[in-house]
Design a protein around this ligand. Structure first.
Ligand code: ATP
Length: 270
């Protein structure tokens, strides 16, 4: 069961250089997650506890998982990922046990960055907690909180949670000593989009006529994941045309296709 819900990556390959347009978020993640892993003695000497959990919140596909992976990479930590929805929906009745397992695996693999995606699935405000499904979710969350409260024994483990639905979270998980550092990860602005286009075309055979400033302006409202999809699609247009060089027109056509798709189902890709 463990292996199917937990993703354990001993050397994640994402670096900060792969992330575009999130400078202040990167800075904050480095201070709150990287520093305590790299220099725990600093916190001891100063006499403060490092933040125990960091919560990243924002729309899908904006780089939350990337941030967590980049920190793990930078600190030579194991990256361990689990999705809140899998904790409670996939194996009914197993949620609390899976949380215990998760922390056990983290302890076995210290230093570790524990990434809990879709935390809202186990920690949302609920109006009715009488149904059995809700009781199970509740137990899973209580187990998570108790693991987090046992922070001292946790050693070199940092916890990063992520959600697209910040407004739905149970305030209990935002109390001091828990996920008390909130970092908003928004969709990129125009300058951010330009950088993300550059990042995702690094290994592409891009023609001279491709203008990243114009692409960034055009891809209004795109997430990082959307931009990645546009770049891949632009490459596909070139291949379909039996070319190995990608033109500006390919990117424009790709954006039209991708934006029509995202409008259709109004869910961004991740
Ligand atoms: P979700 O909330 O859906 O889990 P997320 O915020 O965790 O999404 P990621 O998984 O980090 O999103 O991003 C998905 C993909 O989109 C990344 O692998 C990357 O290719 C691209 N991407 C997203 N944001 C950025 C960014 N800021 N810079 C560069 N690439 C990005």
């Amino acid at each position: 069961v463990r292996a199917r819900v937990m993703q354990v990556d001993h050397s994640p390959d994402v670096t900060y250089a792969d992330i575009g347009g999130l400078e202040s978020q990167m800075q904050e993640v480095r201070e709150t997650v990287e520093m305590p892993l790299d220099r725990p003695e600093m916190f001891q000497q100063v006499g403060i506890d490092p933040p125990s959990g960091v919560l990243l919140h924002g729309p899908p596909g904006t780089g939350k998982t990337m941030l967590a992976k980049a920190v793990a990479n930078q600190t030579d930590a194991t990256f361990i990922k689990m999705a809140g929805s899998e904790l409670v929906h996939k194996f009914i009745g197993e949620g609390a046990k899976l949380v215990r397992d998760l922390f056990e695996v983290a302890r076995e693999n210290e230093p570790a960055v524990l990434f809990i995606d879709e935390i809202d699935a186990i920690a949302s405000k609920r109006t009715d907690s009488k149904t059995s499904g809700d009781a199970e979710v509740q137990r899973t969350m209580m187990q998570l909180l108790s693991e987090m409260d046992g922070f001292e024994e946790r050693g070199e483990i940092r916890i990063i949670a992520a959600t697209n639905r910040f407004d739905m979270l149970d305030p209990a998980i935002l109390r001091p000593g828990r996920f008390d550092r909130l970092i908003e990860v928004p969709k990129p602005d125009e300058a951010g989009r330009e950088i993300i286009f550059q990042i995702h075309t690094r290994n592409m055979n891009v023609a001279d006529d491709v203008n990243f400033v114009e692409l960034a302006e055009m891809a209004d409202d795109a997430s990082g994941a959307d931009i990645k999809a546009v770049c891949t699609e632009a490459g596909m247009f070139a291949i379909r045309d039996d070319r190995t060089e990608i033109y500006m027109d390919d990117f424009v056509a790709a954006w039209e296709k991708i934006s029509a798709e995202t409008d259709d189902d109004s869910v961004s890709r991740a």
